[in-house]
Design a binder for this molecule. Structure first.
Ligand code: CP
Length: 329
C-alpha cells in the first residue's frame, strides 16, 4: 500500500489530499500556516467571504461525532464561497447497508470536489483518497488514533501566534497520548517545524508505546513534564479507543495529571495552555484552567476556521494546476 505521506502529494510535490502531517515537507506546513494567517480577521473586523471555492462543492462525511471540526470545516467552506453538503450519516442509506465507499461514489456523482472525512478506523481517509476521481480531493478530519492533521495545523498556528520561534520551544503534551491522533499529528508537525523539546506526559498505561521512535521525551509526572515549558497541551482520555490498558481511576488521574491551578503551580506565567476539545471537566482539566488567563482553547477553535480555509484553498488550487499540467502534456 502506498505511503499516505507520499500519496497526499502530486507528482510535483504539491498537496493533493490532506491525510497526515507525518512526512509533510516543512515548506508545505509553512505555506498552510501563512495562508491561514492571511485569512484571520483582524480583531473587531467581521469575517471576510472570499470567492476562492465559488462553484465548488464540499461534502462533510463524519462517521464519528464532532462539534469543532465539522462545524469549522462548514464555516470555512462557506467563507470560501463553496456549496456545502453536511451529510447526516445517521439518517443516510448507510443504515440500509450501503458501503462507505459507495456513499462516496454517490456523492462524487453529484459533483463533490472536496470530501472532508472523519472515521473511527485508522487509515480510512487514505482508503477513500484512493477511490476518488483524479480531480477530487480528500481531507482527513480524524481517522481512528492515526491522524488529525487540521487539528495539528491549527495548534501550530495558535502556538506560532504566541511563540513565533519554533526552534526555541518546549511543549508538553499531557494525557492520553497513546490513543490520541491529535498527539500523533502534533508531534509530526512540530518536529518538522523545528521544535527541539517535545515531552509526552502520561501515566504508564496511557504513554506512547515507543516515544523514542517519534523523537519525544516520555515523562511520568506532571510537575516534571511542565517544568520550564512554553506550551502545555492537554488531551482527552479516549475511552472509546481503549482495550485493556491499566489506567488510573478518574479521581486519581485528575489528581495526578488533571490541569488545574494546583497541579500547574510550577508553570511559567507566560506559558499557554491548549486543549483540542472536547474537554472533560474534572478529568483532564477543570473549567477554571480551561477558561483562565493562560488558556488559548477558544482561540484554537477560531484558528481552526482559518486553517481549514487555507487547506481547502491550497488543495483546490493544486488540483486546478494539476489539470492544467495534464492539458499541456
Ligand atoms: N478537536 C476536535 O476534533 O473536536 P471535535 O471532535 O469536536 O471535532
Amino acid at each position: 500500500m502506498t505511503d499516505p505521506a507520499q500519496f497526499q502529494l502530486d507528482a510535483h510535490g504539491r498537496l493533493r489530499h490532506l491525510l497526515t502531517t507525518e512526512g509533510m515537507p516543512a515548506d508545505i506546513l509553512t505555506e498552510i500556516l501563512d495562508t491561514a494567517a492571511s485569512f484571520l480577521p483582524a480583531s473587531k473586523e467581521p469575517p471576510r467571504k472570499v470567492p476562492l471555492l465559488r462553484g465548488s462543492t464540499v461534502a462533510n462525511l463524519f462517521f464519528e461525532p464532532s462539534t469543532r471540526t465539522r462545524t469549522t470545516f462548514e464555516v470555512a467552506a462557506k467563507r470560501l464561497s463553496a456549496d456545502v453538503i453536511d451529510m447526516q450519516l445517521e439518517h443516510s442509506s448507510k443504515n440500509k447497508g450501503e458501503d462507505d465507499v459507495d456513499t462516496l461514489y454517490t456523492l462524487q456523482a453529484m459533483g463533490v470536489d472536496l470530501f472532508v472525512i472523519r472515521h473511527p478506523e485508522n487509515g480510512a481517509a487514505a482508503h477513500f483518497a484512493r477511490h476518488v476521481a483524479p480531480d477530487v480531493a480528500v481531507l482527513n478530519a480524524g481517522d481512528g488514533s492515526n491522524a488529525h492533521p487540521t487539528q495539528a495545523l491549527l495548534d501550530a498556528l495558535t502556538i506560532r501566534r504566541h511563540r513565533p520561534d519554533f526552534h526555541n520551544l518546549s511543549v508538553a503534551i499531557v494525557g492520553d497520548v497513546r490513543h490520541s491522533r491529535v498527539a500523533q499529528s502534533n508531534i509530526h508537525a512540530l518536529k518538522t517545524l523545528g521544535v527541539p523539546d517535545i515531552r509526552v506526559v502520561a501515566p504508564e498505561g496511557l504513554m506512547l508505546e515507543d516515544p523514542s521512535k517519534l523523537g519525544v521525551t516520555p515523562v511520568f509526572t506532571l510537575a516534571e513534564g511542565i517544568r520550564d515549558v512554553d506550551v502545555v497541551m492537554g488531551l482527552r482520555i479516549q475511552r472509546e479507543r481503549m482495550h485493556h490498558e491499566r489506567v488510573p481511576s478518574v479521581e486519581e488521574y485528575h489528581r495526578q495529571f488533571g490541569l488545574t491551578r494546583h497541579t500547574l503551580g510550577g508553570l511559567k506565567p507566560e506559558a499557554i495552555i491548549m486543549h483540542p476539545g472536547p474537554i472533560n471537566r474534572g478529568v483532564e482539566i477543570d473549567a477554571e484552567t480551561a477558561y483562565g488567563p493562560q488558556s488559548v482553547i477558544l482561540e484554537q477553535v477560531r484558528n481552526g476556521i482559518a486553517i481549514r480555509m487555507a487547506v481547502m484553498a491550497i488543495i483546490a488550487g493544486n488540483v486546478k494546476k494539476a489539470a492544467g499540467d495534464q492539458t499541456q502534456a
